[in-house]
Design a protein around this ligand. Structure first.
Ligand SMILES: [Zn+2]
Length: 217
């Protein structure tokens, strides 16, 4: 079971104090999709790893609301100009929180890898929200951002390149770009750094190219 706890946060942009729900514990008994989307039994924890200020739209993890949050004047300006006018009325859904957090991460100058992770999670939330169009939008955004991370010299740890190359293929496959997906799956063997522990990535890439599955295991 996923359990949540209430936390009190102060927005570093507008000083608004508010309560949010955070994940206390969760599980992965719901299996894992072939894009690494882990499912919990019971409540899905994803929406509760990110918090959003309902006043200005600033969003991020609990740490982004802590003392060490980096808030430049430029970030403040972006939040007020671009997020505040778009704050949804009423209950905020997970994909919206991740979308806003990804924008904040870009304005904070975070690495493409970090931004890509947030966009991928936005897509995963859309799956649970049943919004196919938004899911495809975020998968594309995440795909492009992971591609950018892989293209930069040290944007991705060497030993992570194979699995992220596979993931880019899987993201394109899931939006129906079969040819582009196949190109990425074909790159996987060249990115292997440790064959015994990474053989599964080669196998997964071949499987998703030839006879795709939705779930691991
Ligand atoms: Zn705020």
């Amino acid at each position: 079971m996923t359990t949540l706890r209430q936390i009190d946060l102060t927005c570093p942009i507008c000083s608004n104090r508010f309560s949010s729900q955070a994940v206390l514990s969760t599980n992965s008994f719901g299996g894992k999709r072939t894009d690494f989307h882990e499912r919990a039994a019971g409540t899905q924890p994803l929406p509760y790893f990110i918090h959003m200020c309902a006043r200005c739209g600033y969003a991020g993890s609990e740490r982004d609301f802590g003392e060490e949050a980096e808030v430049s004047p430029m970030l403040k300006e972006h939040v007020w100009d671009e997020l505040a006018p778009r704050v949804p009325a009423g209950l905020v859904i997970g994909s919206e929180k991740y979308e806003f957090a990804a924008k904040v991460a870009i304005w904070q100058g975070c690495e493409p890898r970090r931004v890509a992770d947030l966009l991928l999670r936005a897509a995963w939330c859309c799956v649970d929200e049943g919004d196919v169009e938004a899911e495809r939008y975020f998968r594309r955004q995440a795909g492009w951002m992971f591609e950018r991370a892989l293209a930069s010299f040290d944007g991705v740890e060497r030993e992570e390149r194979a699995v992220l190359t596979y993931l880019v293929g899987e993201l394109w496959r899931r939006v129906g770009e079969t040819k582009r997906a196949a190109e990425w799956f074909a790159k996987v063997p060249d990115e292997i750094t440790n064959e015994p522990t990474q053989q599964w990535v080669i196998d997964a890439a071949r499987q998703q190219r030839e006879c795709p599955r939705e779930w691991f295991g």
